[in-house]
Design a protein around this ligand. Structure first.
Ligand code: PLP
Length: 387
């Protein structure tokens, strides 16, 4: 199938890898319930267990530590609710599936700030944990941010949290398949993954849980996934997730090279508009992500204008209705309001090419020229762009 346009929104959903699409189609065509003892059931079980090994290999975990879930959101919710703690500490830049759960559950919640580069403050966490509070605590910090791509010091955070007796969960949804992720090296107790961020299908994810950790299930029923996640397994989704994990692991080197393409995009935008802010550019970042502002031109206007040119990107954060909301991530980083309101996220992936980047840069420059420097631009808008 050919795809019209330039897709630069892999952090929303990666384009599905052909190997993953094939695995989904095969599993669908074959059918069978992995709990059935007959041969079709046993074949479905083999598909699930092979995918479990592939996902475990991508994340440096043991297959027995993988619980398949209905996506990253469910994995994050289960980690936080299932830990059954009375206090939760999250960073200020967590995805809504962590943030909202952390404020919805039967526990008290504290938030650790991030610095101007978008990196969570491990010292602030240490202060929160040594305040004499003895309550069972879970710390949840993501590995890479979905909007800026900034990579968090999760190993340090895990050491700080563990030395105070807290459990640690990490949302690894945006990091897996983009940088090397090793569950053991991270030293966390739980790690969330999602299929559609690594070139697999949507609606499938995993929570990796360290051996011996007692985690309550969200769903009760048939006791699939060793009682951790009841409900007949999504065999096609799991098969596609496994296939995508295998390709993602084999292509990590190629993915790293996307940084050169991303850097070229940013430097060409800055050749054109030297003051264009790139959020998180001074922190350690995923190789594929760029979050840049065109001050004075709203994110929504830009996303629509790029779409008219056939270029698909995201505003900093969009809620499910498609309505653009101001980014809490950039605000937490201390970005001025006019930069927050004009931020656009560009995220590259396995099918991105230099020509895609050139098309984006040409469209960005043309939009900037038209709305920020053109003679026809009202004076108020010109000063908003440059001021
Ligand atoms: N965590 C992060 C950092 C994400 O970016 C997302 C999706 O955007 C999720 C969790 C949720 O994953 P899913 O869409 O699989 O529910």
């Amino acid at each position: 199938m050919t795809r019209a346009g330039v897709y630069l929104d892999y952090n929303a959903s990666g384009l599905v890898r052909p190997q993953a699409a094939e695995a989904v189609a095969d599993a669908l065509a074959r059918g069978g319930n992995p709990s059935s003892v007959h041969q079709l059931g046993r074949a479905a079980r083999r598909t699930v267990e092979q995918a479990r090994e592939q996902v475990a290999a991508l994340a440096g975990a043991e297959p027995s530590q993988i619980i398949f879930t209905g996506g990253g959101t469910e994995a994050n919710n289960q980690a936080i609710l299932g830990a059954a703690v009375s206090r939760v500490i999250i960073s200020a830049i967590e995805h809504d599936s962590v943030h909202e759960m952390a404020f919805a559950g039967p526990f008290e919640t504290d938030v650790v700030p991030v610095n101007g580069d978008g990196v969570a403050d491990a010292e602030a966490l240490a202060r929160l944990l040594t305040s004499g509070d003895e309550r069972p605590t879970l710390v949840s910090v993501m590995l890479a941010n979905n909007e800026t791509g900034v990579i968090q010091p999760v190993q340090t955070i895990a050491e700080v949290a563990h030395s105070a007796g807290a459990l640690v969960h990490c949302d690894g949804v945006q990091a897996a398949g983009k940088i090397a992720v090793d569950f053991k090296d991270l030293g966390v107790d739980m790690l969330s993954l999602s299929g559609h961020k690594i070139g697999g299908p949507q609606g499938i994810g995993a929570l990796i849980v360290r051996a011996g950790l007692d985690l309550a299930p969200l769903l009760h029923g048939g006791k699939q996934e060793r009682g951790h996640r009841s409900g007949t397994e999504n065999v096609p989704g799991i098969a596609g997730f496994g296939a995508a994990a295998k390709v993602a692991r084999e292509s990590l080197g190629e993915f790293t090279q996307l940084a050169a393409l991303r850097d070229r995009l940013e430097s060409r935008v800055r050749d054109f508009a030297p003051d264009a802010p790139v959020h998180g550019a001074n922190g350690p970042r995923l190789p594929n992500t760029s979050c840049l502002s065109m001050p004075g031109v709203s994110s929504e206007t830009q996303v629509i204008a790029f779409d008219l040119e056939g270029i698909m990107v995201s505003a900093g954060a969009a809620c499910s209705s498609g309505k653009v909301q101001a980014s809490g991530v950039l605000t937490a980083m201390g970005a001025p309001e006019r930069e927050v309101e004009s931020a656009v996220r560009v995220s590259l992936g396995w099918a991105s090419t230099p020509a895609d980047v050139d098309r984006f840069v040409a469209a960005w420059s043309a939009l900037h020229e038209r709305l920020c420097s053109g003679e026809a631009t009202p004076a108020a808008m010109r000063s908003a762009c440059h001021g």
